[in-house]
Design a protein around this ligand. Structure first.
Ligand SMILES: CC(C)(COP(=O)(O)OP(=O)(O)OC[C@H]1O[C@@H](n2cnc3c(N)ncnc32)[C@H](O)[C@@H]1OP(=O)(O)O)[C@@H](O)C(=O)NCCC(=O)NCCS
Length: 177
């Protein structure tokens, strides 16, 4: 990983750069002006569902080159953590920047005493960080995704009796509607 990169919490003045980053990193549907992901980020902020302590930018030479957002979810009746969206500037991918962002989320979630982090994504990538299919821990998906894509990383505070149905913040559900 580059030694001149900084990982820090996102700030209000980063918002435009974060939106541009997600618009660059994710494909846009049918020539849309914005990616679904940057719109989702606005909705999560608008709803007050962003977990600030688990939402980071990667900065290089004063530019935002990576971003990960976590939001308030529920697992059974308890609060939980949903990870995503995450993006790294296309020209700087495959250099460990995504890994640094995810490691920051995991370390901070451990520090906060969160029990688990849940996400939807490529199992080959997230396995690097100890994510496994959520079904292995009897955590049920809110959508009809293939089992292996809906993943969980259990943390030190995890207790098996916390298993149950997972729900993302409402902005994700509006996305699917
Ligand atoms: C997914 C994404 C965030 C990953 O970020 P990234 O910075 O490219 O990821 P990393 O560099 O940490 O890891 C990518 C690969 O590079 C490898 N890698 C890690 N550190 C590395 C380093 N220092 N040098 C070279 N390769 C490295 C990783 O092992 C990983 O290998 P894998 O392909 O076998 O999994 C990024 O590719 C992205 O923005 N994609 C488009 C948006 C997207 O799909 N978001 C995720 C939706 S779930």
């Amino acid at each position: 990983m580059r030694d001149d990169m900084i990982i820090r919490r996102e700030r209000l003045e980063d918002h435009a750069a974060i939106a541009a980053l997600h618009d660059d990193a994710f494909p846009r549907v049918d020539g849309a002006a914005r990616s679904v992901e940057s719109a989702l980020i606005d909705e999560l902020r608008g709803d007050g569902d962003v977990i600030e302590e688990l939402t980071f930018v990667a900065e290089l030479d004063g530019e935002v080159i990576g971003h990960v957002m976590c939001s308030a979810a529920t697992l059974g009746e308890e609060p939980s953590v949903g990870l995503g969206p995450i993006a790294v500037a296309p020209a700087l991918q495959q250099q460990g920047i995504g890994a640094a962002l995810i490691a920051s989320v995991i370390a901070s979630a451990e520090q906060r005493g969160d029990a688990a982090i849940v996400l939807l994504g490529d199992p080959a990538y997230y396995a690097h960080f100890g994510f496994v299919a959520a079904s292995q821990h009897h955590v049920r998906s809110p959508g009809a995704w293939e089992d292996q894509y809906f993943q969980i990383k259990t943390l030190r505070a995890w207790r098996p009796e916390q298993a149950g149905p997972f729900r993302y913040a409402p902005a994700f559900e509006r996305l699917e509607a």
